[in-house]
Write a protein that binds this ligand. Structure first.
Ligand SMILES: [Zn+2]
Ligand SMILES: [Zn+2]
Length: 246
């Protein structure tokens, strides 16, 4: 457990560090071609891959994202597999069967790859919350590897949706068509709204792998402004330090 948990408004939030490694050869570009408009070349980009466990006041467990998954995950072409999610979950005192809700921020392989292993859902008792726009735009690879095996465990929502008292998902398109973030009182789990701290310093800096660059930039500017105005704790997917207090 490289990163400590924190508690905000009675909800315990634990970063689960699924992997740490450089962007793999299949997607690697020079830093300045990855982050368009970045002020300086930072060289090889080493990412963390964070999922989050939220333990609510009612004791219910929500897992946000499932990481890169097993050695045969679709993420293997570019990310360091296998992920350590289940070891991290165990270290946080939870078993896969205990998870009530899985929120998949979006269907990129490093955010949903750990949902299924060997064709079987890893979190058998959980509803898996995904936006309808994301399901409709999914690649054939991810549909076959993740969505189809989830079967009845897939819970499709349309837009901003309350999941439980005090817990919401919000549709934040741009990085992907149906990208969503998770909000609890005082905390936002940000998915891939941001990829690197340079984008928090200047949210106008674009990420080359955003599906819709203009919409992603609009969403990023709007959401960063919102977390700043509300002084929320930001839980990031790929920063070296998971939490940023704004
Ligand atoms: Zn980490
Ligand atoms: Zn992504």
């Amino acid at each position: 457990m490289p990163h400590p948990s924190t508690t905000v408004a009675g909800v315990e939030i634990t970063p689960l560090c699924d992997a740490i490694g450089p962007m793999g050869p299949a997607l690697r570009l020079p830093f300045l071609e990855t982050f368009l408009g970045a002020p300086a070349d930072e060289g090889l980009w080493t990412l963390h891959f964070h999922c989050y466990l939220l333990r609510g006041r009612d004791g219910k467990l929500t897992l946000v994202d499932t990481g890169i998954g097993a050695a045969d995950s679709p993420a293997a072409v570019w990310a360091p597999v296998p992920g350590r999610l289940l070891a991290e979950l165990s270290a946080a005192g939870a078993a896969p069967e205990d998870v009530d809700t899985v929120v998949i921020t979006h269907l990129h392989s490093d955010h949903c790859g750990g949902s299924v292993n060997g064709g079987t859902p890893v979190f058998p008792n959980a509803r898996h919350v995904v936006q309808r726009a994301e399901v409709e735009a999914v690649s054939d690879t991810i549909r076959a590897a993740v969505l189809d095996p989830l079967g009845d465990g897939l819970h499709v929502v349309d837009g901003d949706t309350q999941l439980s008292p005090g817990q919401w998902v919000r549709l934040t398109p741009g990085h992907t068509a149906g990208h969503q973030i998770v909000e609890t009182e005082g905390v936002t789990v940000f998915g891939d709204i941001l990829h690197h701290p340079v984008q928090l310093a200047d949210p106008s800096i674009r990420y080359v792998y955003d599906d819709d660059s203009d919409l992603a930039a609009e969403t990023r500017l709007e959401q960063v402004a919102r977390v700043r105005a509300e002084h929320r704790l930001l839980a990031t997917s790929h920063f070296p330090d998971p939490f940023v207090q704004l």
